[in-house]
Design a protein around this ligand. Structure first.
Ligand code: SF4
Length: 409
């Protein structure tokens, strides 16, 4: 039995790096410190459900699939490269190089939930801290519009931990959830009233003459001002609100206002895997975090016009190179219909299942299981990943490198 202590899990944006894996005969036998999501995910890595390359669902040698994919790419007039959340920094950099070479549009999985947040923080900035600081210093943790017990099962244990006496956990949400049951206090809010409430809180902070709030919210204002270190983790309830980026802006501005009284921070609850890495790599290479058009040889940014789901829904792309299909289930039906019509080349982890048949499917190694690399945690802290199991699957960086070379010829 080989034991891998301090291993990282990329199943969700927490990227917990304190798991211990027990491996025998190239199979994961046991996982310590794993949550319910992670345990199933790690044990799934023992199977090899697909060959490395498929053309129209038929197994082919890898080189033949590379040849077919590069032909499709070279015939495309308006290709889209989408996803990137299941890749590491290395794969993401190569995806951007391929987009430059092809003159493609690039969009990431963040487009579905985080585009509003990225637009908001470009407008008003954000006060950030690392999760390590939250764990060691926070005495007030607020979860707003998010249910981490379900989506990020170890988040509360690692960064909220209501059993610690020095820390108070408050949940603001439109309904009771698994997280509200564990919190010290639950403040219900009507669906789509977040923007109004955030502005009322800002007004109460700015002026004692502003209209008084209900007692529970007044208590929250007092608690936020008197906290030594407070943080708001926000999720879908805010980022999918009708007033979308205005609501996120109001939350970020509330946190900025609070810094006149104490230390306060805002952090996004990020989704699967390395979406935070995709934002970071795109930003440091092109200046923008998502929704880029490289057709003119330089990046043009427009999170509405160049959003993958919009482009697909309006049939404005004629090919999609998809690096990780796990978020396509959240696409509107019109976008999914286009994915069934145009050639799609997927680079997917072994367990991925799509409800369209890719023209070419590459099954690639899973980072942190089969390959080393770097993934970004939801607080943008890079976490090193290691190799746990041997595989003959190529990495997505290896496939992209071959596509880059084949597309040049
Ligand atoms: S909380 Fe997320 S990163 Fe941590 S063990 Fe569970 S699935 Fe993995």
């Amino acid at each position: 039995m080989t034991i891998f202590p301090n291993s990282a899990c990329t199943r969700c944006g927490c990227v917990c790096d304190d798991l211990t894996l027990h491996v025998r005969d190239n199979r994961i036998q046991r996982v310590e410190n794993a949550c319910v999501l992670a345990e199933g995910w790690f044990l799934q890595q023992n199977s090899r459900p697909h060959p490395a390359a498929l053309i129209a669902d038929q197994p082919v040698p890898l080189e033949e699939a590379i040849q077919k994919a590069s032909e499709l790419l070279s015939h495309s007039r308006s290709p889209l490269i989408y996803g990137l959340g299941r890749s590491t920094t290395e794969g993401q950099r190569l995806a951007i190089r391929l987009a430059e070479q092809l003159g493609a549009i690039v969009d990431t999985a963040a487009t579905l939930e985080q585009a509003q947040t990225l637009m908001a923080l470009q407008q008003v900035g954000e006060s950030t801290c690392s999760l390590g600081e939250v764990r060691n210093r926070a005495d007030l943790v607020i979860y707003w519009g998010t249910n981490p017990v379900k989506t990020h099962p170890r988040h509360l244990e690692r960064y909220g931990n209501p059993t610690e006496k020095r820390r108070t956990v408050v949940v603001v949400d439109c309904k009771e959830t698994e997280t509200t049951a564990l919190a010290d206090r639950f403040l219900p809010i009507k669906s789509d009233q977040d923007w109004e409430m955030l502005w009322k809180l800002r007004m109460r902070l700015a002026s004692p003459d502003s209209p008084e709030l209900e007692p529970a919210w007044e208590a929250l204002v007092t608690q936020m001002k008197s906290a030594k270190f407070g943080v708001i983790f926000f999720g879908n309830g805010i980022t999918k609100a009708k007033t979308d980026h205005r609501t996120v802006e109001a939350l970020l501005q509330l946190v900025t206002d609070l810094n006149a009284h104490t230390r306060f921070y805002a952090r996004r609850m990020r989704g699967v895997g390395n979406v935070a890495g995709a934002d970071s790599v795109l930003t440091w290479t092109t200046g923008y975090p998502l929704a880029l058009n490289m057709q003119r040889g330089y990046p043009r940014y427009n999170p509405v016009e160049y959003s993958a789901s919009e482009l697909l829904a309006k049939k404005q792309v004629d090919l999609c190179l998809m690096m990780g299909s796990e978020t396509t289930a959240d696409f509107p039906q019109s976008a999914l219909a286009t994915l069934r019509e145009i050639p799609v080349i997927t680079l997917d982890v072994p367990e991925a299942v799509t409800d369209f048949v890719p023209a070419v499917r590459f099954t690639t190694a899973t980072y942190g299981i089969h390959r080393p690399g770097t993934a970004y945690r939801m607080d943008e802290v890079p976490i090193p990943l290691r190799t746990i199991l041997e595989t003959d699957y190529p990495s997505d960086a290896e496939v992209l490198q071959k596509l880059l070379e084949a597309s040049k010829k």
